[in-house]
Design a protein around this ligand. Sequence first.
Ligand code: PHE
Length: 344
Amino acid sequence: MKEAIEQIMKELAGLKAASQKEVEEARIRFLGKKGEVTALMEQFRTVAPELKREYGQKLNELKKAANARIEELKFSVEESEVAQAPKEDLSMPGDSFPLGSRHPVSIVRQQIVDIFRKFGYDVAEGPEIEDDYHVFEALNFPPNHPAREMQDTFFVSTGHVNPLLLRTHTSSVQVRTMEKQPLPIRVVCPGRVFRNEAISARAHCIFHQVEGLYIDKDVTFADLKQAILLFAREMFGPETQIRMRPSYFPFTEPSAEVDVSCNICHGKGCNICKGTGWLEIMGCGMVDPNVLKASGIDPNEYSGFAFGMGVERIAMLKWQVNDLRHYFENDMRFLGEFATATEV
Ligand code: PHE
């Protein structure tokens, strides 16, 4: 029996297998029901009692060695099968998956805000559902001003003195800022606004604004002009010119509309600027003393300017989009055009 054990040990050491099938055959040959190791285990019963201890140990070692050797062969066959498997074609193009991008309105809003941040303005936000006081009354709208009427404003609740409504401009955020922030104030108010208008290429019932407010001692119209000129040059290029036309807003006096020189034809006249060489971009003015008073600011001590622009309008001018509705329809072909648009 001793010789038989040694013989099998030797054979195990020299055992080779080229496939899983051969490994299995080897396992059956040694460890199967009729295998060589199994047969020796059975013979163990007949071993003389004084040799049982020695042979028992030897047989156990043999069984362990056989199991280990078979496992080893199995592993090395697996390894070589993996190594021989056909290689993946690394030159094959990968699966591309569509990447989303920022919405053009977000990009432009962020650009406007970033420009004013550079000038030292903070960002203020406020509720979209507002009350009449913050949207109209505190902004010096006379009680029967047409902007309050049903045809302009979406009311959420009516019938009492201070009805709730969807804000028609973010000037309401300026009022809230004046109410709670210490002076001086320098803020921009980006946000969504709502007006009950028929949807067309030039108007929508929802759009976005960035409005600005600066209140300090001795703020003059010259400061307003300078701020807007610097903004226009950052936004539309260093050659940009501005002009101001007298206008009217209940909350500013004097008030003006701002035009920038057409960045497409550079003043020669094209169909974007309708042959005038100028594009209207915003309204602005010196904050009316009544507005300051309504928020508890002494107009004899402080003065300020305000301005407000439509984000979609600036985006249309920047990218020469001639229909506002594109910005709201979420057509992927349109939105994809802005995937590489850079931000300031
Ligand atoms: N609130 C005005 C609008 O929505 C814009 C504006 C803001 C005009 C500040 C002047 C000063 O049209």
